[in-house]
Write a protein that binds this ligand. Structure first.
Ligand code: GLY
Length: 358
């Protein structure tokens, strides 16, 4: 297999140039069986082409239903039963082929099955390639609360093939690009300048391998210093405290929303909070909000859901006691963490301000 390595100490992250030789690569792990976990959509759109390109047929394929609504313990139960039925042992390998739901849930299933088996991630969405599959966080949602149940479980490797993205619908490009933007905003002002110099649509299909590698490498620099989120890794949650709450509440109320769409709204809300708490300059706030709004539009959050959104934030995993903990921008390209807020009225005002014209 021909690959280009993205510098990551936590676990190997490899961009795949050619799958020929994948059989020898996977055999080098000397697992007794390799089973693929995927969702029905990725199975239909990608599996045959990938299996043919890699000249590789796994021992079995476990399929789950696609979408965040299925990232639950009940789906895990199905996966674990299949793993039992297929007689996977501690020496087996789960190969998670899919987007963030598959890599998050698959990593979690692998991490606790028989007290932990190995996994390899082959992310097929932009969001999973630049974020979800990298860094060893696993998890499932509980009662729509995002990633409430989870573990840290490093994959043996993450194999990124940008060819998978050729079948990605535009909405999913924009979804994944939200995490590329987040990486630029928290750690790379030059990358932000480059990104916002063009309309978002120019990145659909044309997001280069180099840009994907760079976005993933920003995450690697952070996780290598703090793999289990004791401190610095929290900056990767910029936009996610409001964003996860918005996503959870809208999903729970039957809205069709993707993770990245909620994060784009969350980043604007947390940029506003950054002015107040982290010293973000108003002009930088305005620049980033204007571009995100022009490119993604405004997320129409019904005002009657604002109290639920604020209440959801009290369950955020970063919270300290009753205080909600935010990762915020000091300036574009520089983030910090542990900004504590204990003022529900302020948080409601931020959501209301987001819903107003700039
Ligand atoms: N997605 C944020 C993290 O992996 O820490």
């Amino acid at each position: 297999m021909k690959t280009t390595s993205i510098n990551c100490q936590t676990h190997p992250v490899l961009q795949v140039d050619d799958w020929v030789g994948f059989g020898a690569y996977i055999n080098s792990f000397q697992s007794d069986q390799v089973v693929v976990l995927t969702d029905t959509h990725v199975f239909e759109s990608c599996f045959d082409a990938w299996s043919e390109k890699a000249a590789y047929t796994p021992a079995a394929v476990i399929e789950i239903s696609p979408g965040e609504a299925h990232k639950t313990l009940s789906t895990c139960d199905h996966v674990w039963k299949e793993m039992h039925r297929l007689r996977l042992t501690r020496n087996s390998m789960l190969l998670c082929l899919g987007g963030g739901v598959v890599t998050d849930l698959g990593g979690f299933c692998a991490s606790v099955f028989k007290r932990g088996i190995r996994c390899i991630h082959v992310p097929t969405s932009l969001l999973a390639q630049v974020d979800a599959a990298v860094g060893g966080k696993t998890g499932v949602d509980q009662d729509w609360l995002k990633n409430m149940i989870g573990t840290f479980h490093k994959p043996e490797s993450v194999l990124i093939d940008t060819e998978f993205l050729k079948t990605l619908p535009d909405r999913h490009w924009a979804n994944g690009f939200a995490e590329v933007i987040k990486h630029a905003l928290i750690a790379d002002a030059n990358m932000w300048s480059m990104i916002q110099s063009q309309p978002l649509t120019t990145y659909y299909t044309a997001t280069s391998r180099a840009l994907i590698a760079h976005a993933a490498s920003i995450k690697c620099v952070v996780i290598d210093q703090d793999p289990t989120e004791k401190g610095l890794r929290k900056i990767l949650n910029f936009g996610h405290t409001f964003g996860h709450a918005v996503e959870s509440v809208l999903l729970e109320n039957g809205y069709d929303i993707l993770h990245g769409e909620a994060i784009v709204a969350g980043m604007q809300m947390e940029a506003l909070l950054s002015i107040k708490l982290a010293g973000l300059d108003f002009r930088q706030y305005h620049e980033l909000t204007l571009w995100l709004r022009q490119q993604y539009g405004l997320l129409a959050i019904p005002t009657e859901l604002i109290p639920e959104i604020v209440a959801k934030m009290t369950h955020d995993k970063k919270n300290i006691g009753s205080k909600i903990s935010f990762s915020l921008l000091k300036q574009i390209g520089q983030a910090d963490y542990d900004y504590l807020v204990d003022d529900p009225e302020l948080l409601s005002d931020i959501v209301r301000a987001y819903l107003k014209d700039l």
